[in-house]
Structures are given as structure tokens and as C-alpha cells.
Design a protein around this ligand. Structure first.
Ligand SMILES: Cc1ncc(COP(=O)(O)O)c(C=O)c1O
Length: 373
């Protein structure tokens, strides 16, 4: 496998240095949480190898929400590891994958690194980032080994309803392929509840994580869910060869959090929604940026209006170096740098407001004025 580092990782805020950023709107998760604030007790924890599939009590909780049994859930070190396990288990060099674009970079890069043949299922700003199901169906060929979608979507915040999910499941079953549905942002959906996709068909693998909604990326706990026993055996073999088990410390923290999810997550969700309303009101009051309003998650993907001539390199440089405000530039998602991902629930609300107004200042200072006549 030909690994290469991605811009989103090289330029990540943790690599750039949190101390160098005043307004950090580049993150894609809720504010990182402190262990002491969660009331989690680890004092009696035995530091053993654990069940290779993951802590049984944790799998029970995850499975219950997906309407499957605990045997259908495999705990992994973050959603990133789950994505890696699924791609490397199902794809070989030359195999066809249909993958949504734009996307969280790993969802595209791992199949690419394997040498799979990639086709893109384009999510278009001008079509509100909505999935064209006819196009989805037409793009799946008998050679397609895997379809890869993400909802709620990173970086756009796009979401599908239960009816659309049902239609996607029907397409996948009709076409006899597999669907990887990255549901890492699932708990941050603003609309009606949508079932965990893996509960609906043996052809679906759902992936999720503790990182984004709960602000716990440091414990590296994610999972995959799939009702297909044969696939699960392969996924377990992959996990055992890379990790053997998860960290019991990480699993214990995740488990204690999820047992008290109602109490711990309710205020988080309120904060995320209030921050969304701040961004929504900001977008209404300016005329340099346009967006597709997100329906979930804690990120959005606006772009500088086409009519505005702007030096995008200068814009991002000015924003970061002069205004100490960081956004995820479009290039992190293989899009032009007129686009930017704004994460609206990691930094404090006053930093969000300040950062948003800094974006407008940096655009104004990077405009290219074309002489009339
Ligand atoms: C859509 C999506 N999937 C997976 C991941 C990986 O998350 P984790 O920290 O659980 O590995 C990310 C992280 O940004 C993501 O945005």
C-alpha cells in the first residue's frame, strides 16, 4: 500500500499548534471533554486484554440502538480504524468502489491507497448536496464491491431522512453490493430520528464513534455494525491482526459515558443547536458567503460567492496569520479553496462569533478589484 499523508492531517490544528490559533473553527467535533468533568471512575479497572470484539457491555448498548444483537457490533480504535478495516476487507486492487464526494478525506484515500478503482457519487452545492438516487443506482455496476456514503455528512452537514435511507437500502439490495454508511455524526442530526442503517439489511455496514458528538476523540473508540456473520468474522480477523483488542481504559470511559448518555449528551446537543442558530443568523446578515444550510452535524461548508473575485490563497493566509482564525480550507476535501469548512461547536461561542466576523474581514482584504472598461 502506498501511504501518503493528507493535507487535512498535515495542516490539522493539533499539528499547527492550538496555542497559535485564537478562533478555531477548523474542528469537526464538539469541544474536547475533560475526564474529571464526566464523573467517570476508573479506579477498579483491570488492565487486561479484553474481549477481542470489544467490551460486551459497550457492544450491548451500541447494538440496542441499532436494533441488532451485540454479536453484530465490533469496537474499533475510532471510526477511522473501522473505515480502514472495512475498506481493506472488502476491496482489492482494481475493485470498483462508488464513494461520495466531497467527503472526509480517509473515506476516499484508503480505497485509493488500496488501488481500488474509484468512481465518485458527486454531492453538488448547487443541488443542495442532496443525493440523486437515480444517479446512485445507475453508477453501481456488477463490478461495484462497495458503496460509501456518510450521513450526517462531513463537511457539508447534509442529511437524509428515513424514507431516503429506505430507498438507498433497496438500491443496495437490488444491486447486490455492500454499503458502508459512515454515521459518525449520527447523534447530531437536527431532524427526525433515522434508524441505524446496519439494522435494516445484511448488506450494510454502519460506522460510528465517540469522537464527534461527545467530544471524546482522545479515547479512540469507534465501532462498526453489520448483521452479516461472515463479514463480521473477516472484520474481526482484520482487527486482531492490527490491534488485537481495544484499550480497556478507552472502552471503559466510552461505556460509562453511554450508560449516562441522556444526562451527558442532552446539554451538548442544545449547545450545538444554539451554535448552529448563530451561524444561520450570521449567514443571513452578510453577502460575501453562500451556503447550503446544514441539517445535522457540527460543520457546514459555505463558499465565497462566485461573483466575488478573490485571491483564495491570500484569504486563507490572512485569516490564519493576521486574524488567527482557522477554518478547514476546501482543498482538505479535494474542493477549491473558495469553500471552507466551518466547525461551529468546538471553540467557545464568543470565539465562533469573532471567527465568523474575521472570515468577512479576510475576504474583504483578499478581494481582487477588476477595473471597469
Ligand atoms: C465522517 C468521519 N468519519 C470518521 C472519522 C474518524 O473519526 P474517529 O476519531 O472516530 O476515528 C471522521 C473524523 O473526522 C469523520 O469526519
Amino acid at each position: 500500500m502506498q501511504y501518503r499523508r493528507l493535507p487535512i492531517e498535515i495542516e490539522s490544528p493539533e499539528n499547527y499548534g492550538y496555542g497559535n490559533i485564537d478562533c478555531n473553527l477548523s474542528e469537526s467535533s464538539f469541544t474536547d471533554q475533560r475526564l474529571a468533568d464526566l464523573g467517570i471512575d476508573l479506579s477498579t479497572l483491570l488492565l487486561c486484554y479484553n474481549d477481542h470484539k470489544g467490551k460486551p457491555a459497550l457492544r450491548e448498548i451500541i447494538a440496542a440502538e441499532a436494533n441488532v444483537i451485540a454479536e453484530d457490533a465490533l469496537i474499533t480504535p475510532g471510526a477511522a480504524a473501522a473505515l480502514f478495516i472495512v475498506s481493506t476487507s472488502l476491496l482489492e486492487k482494481g475493485d470498483h468502489i462508488l464513494v461520495a464526494k466531497t467527503n472526509y478525506a480517509t473515506n476516499i484515500e484508503t480505497p485509493r491507497t488500496i488501488g481500488a478503482e474509484l468512481s465518485y457519487f458527486k454531492l453538488d452545492f448547487d443541488k443542495n448536496f442532496e443525493p440523486d438516487l437515480q444517479q446512485l443506482e445507475n453508477s453501481i455496476t456488477p463490478q461495484t464491491k462497495l458503496v460509501s456514503l456518510t450521513y450526517p455528512h462531513n463537511p457539508t452537514g447534509a442529511m437524509i431522512d428515513a424514507e431516503t435511507l429506505k430507498k438507498i437500502v433497496e438500491i443496495i439490495e437490488r444491486k447486490q453490493t455492500f454499503l458502508l454508511l459512515d454515521e459518525t455524526y449520527r447523534d447530531m442530526n437536527f431532524g427526525e430520528d433515522v434508524p441505524v442503517a446496519a439494522g435494516l439489511s445484511e448488506k450494510i455496514i454502519s460506522i460510528s464513534s465517540m469522537s464527534k458528538s461527545y467530544g471524546l476523540p482522545g479515547i479512540r473508540i469507534g465501532w462498526l455494525i453489520c448483521k452479516n456473520k461472515q463479514l463480521m468474522e473477516t472484520f474481526l480477523a482484520a482487527k486482531e491482526q492490527i490491534f488485537i483488542t481495544n484499550s480497556v481504559v478507552d472502552e471503559e470511559i466510552a461505556c460509562q459515558y453511554l450508560v449516562r448518555k441522556q444526562e451527558l449528551f442532552t446539554p451538548v446537543k442544545t449547545t450545538i443547536f444554539n451554535n448552529f442558530l448563530i451561524v444561520k443568523s450570521f449567514m443571513r446578515q452578510q453577502n460575501l458567503l453562500e451556503w447550503v444550510e446544514p441539517k445535522g452535524g457540527c460543520v457546514c461548508f459555505p463558499r465565497i460567492k462566485k461573483a466575488i473575485e478573490v485571491d483564495t490563497e491570500r484569504f486563507h493566509k490572512t485569516l490564519l496569520e493576521k486574524y488567527s482564525t482557522y477554518v478547514g480550507r476546501g482543498g482538505w476535501f479535494e474542493e477549491g479553496n473558495r469553500y471552507m469548512r466551518i466547525g461551529y461547536s468546538w471553540d467557545k461561542t464568543e470565539k465562533l462569533e469573532k471567527g465568523l466576523s474575521n472570515i468577512l474581514k479576510a475576504i474583504e482584504e483578499s478581494r481582487i478589484w477588476v477595473k471597469a472598461g
